[in-house]
Write a protein that binds this ligand. Structure first.
Ligand SMILES: [Zn+2]
Length: 303
């Protein structure tokens, strides 16, 4: 947008909204701008952790390279604390360590950063299903790629539109290839009894995440039995350690229903929500159209 005005944001967000099915609007938005929440009132808000970190670190101007590394570790510990009690403890020791040397920076953190802590600190955001997206880096990356596509082009709207179209087309090729990989190929490490009903229906990325949870279970089984935390389930919609233990004790593989639909989406047909009757699913529509186009011989082959 040429100017970051409220009206411009409103126009862009309202237009974005028209691209979604009304029954399948975004449930989480990573944004610094509260306006997005007015256009998508049911969406949960997250703030980009990368930008928060960048702004916070910029206040520690006098820090040496060694101190900066230490600072990043200490601040990371605060943000990644998984409960409010742990967050308070980590924050206390952070403040004690840096307050004397960097009082202005600590003041900024208290007054500006922490005012929105529930939108970026894990202790609060671990209750939100955000599918692993905590930063706007993906959008910034896409913006940089778009600039490369534009090169030094000084063309008008049509020229820019053509470049943008080409960029999206090549993105779609990459996304489709990833879907095909999940549908057609099976990783060696995914050949386990737990995944029996999941192959070809769930993205390999999600299966990798569950593999990590299984590894956690192997290492810390007794701890998982007492306290799981269920973070993988709450934030990704994938079975957490205690759920995996339950399936194992019942001798059953992970059911497909325990995987959020986000990870079962292996085509580019837009989802239209859960409340829609089977007949109206876009996948059924595609099959119906294919059937109509088939010759009689092809129809006989299928039946
Ligand atoms: Zn759990």
């Amino acid at each position: 947008m040429c100017a970051e005005l409220k009206e411009n944001y409103e126009w862009a967000l309202n237009f974005l909204k028209t691209l979604y099915s009304p029954t399948c609007l975004p449930t989480v938005i990573v944004t610094d701008n509260e306006l997005a929440l007015i256009i998508f009132p049911n969406a949960k808000r997250l703030q980009c952790t990368w930008h928060i970190q960048k702004n916070a670190y910029s206040k520690f101007l006098a820090a040496t390279t060694k101190e900066k590394i230490e600072l990043e570790n200490d601040w990371g510990r605060v943000i990644r604390s998984e409960t409010v009690t742990l967050f308070d403890m980590a924050l206390d020791s952070f403040v004690q360590k840096y307050d004397e040397r960097y009082p202005e920076a600590i003041k900024y953190i208290h007054e500006t950063v922490l005012a929105n802590k529930e939108y970026f600190a894990y202790a609060w955001t671990n209750e939100i299903r955000y599918y692993g997206i905590r930063t706007t880096n993906r959008v910034e990356g896409a913006h940089n790629i778009f600039k490369q596509y534009l090169e030094n082009s000084r063309g008008g709207f049509i020229e820019c539109w053509k470049h943008m179209h080409n960029m999206f087309r090549s993105h779609l090729v990459v996304i489709k290839a990833a879907f095909q990989k999940s549908i057609n190929f099976r990783k060696h490490e995914h050949n386990i009894a737990e995944f029996r009903g999941l192959h070809h229906h769930v993205s390999q990325y999600a299966l990798d995440k569950i593999c990590l949870q299984l590894a956690r279970l192997k290492k810390m089984r007794s701890m998982c039995e007492i306290f799981c935390g269920c973070i993988l389930w709450k934030t990704y919609g994938l079975p957490c350690a205690h759920m995996l233990l339950q399936y194992r004790s019942q001798g059953m593989p992970i059911p497909l229903s325990a995987i959020d639909s986000q990870w079962r989406q292996l085509n580019l047909v837009p989802p239209i929500g859960n409340e829609v009757a089977f007949d109206y699913l876009p996948q059924v529509e595609i099959l119906k159209n294919k059937w109509v186009d088939f010759t009689e011989v092809e129809k006989l082959k299928v039946t």
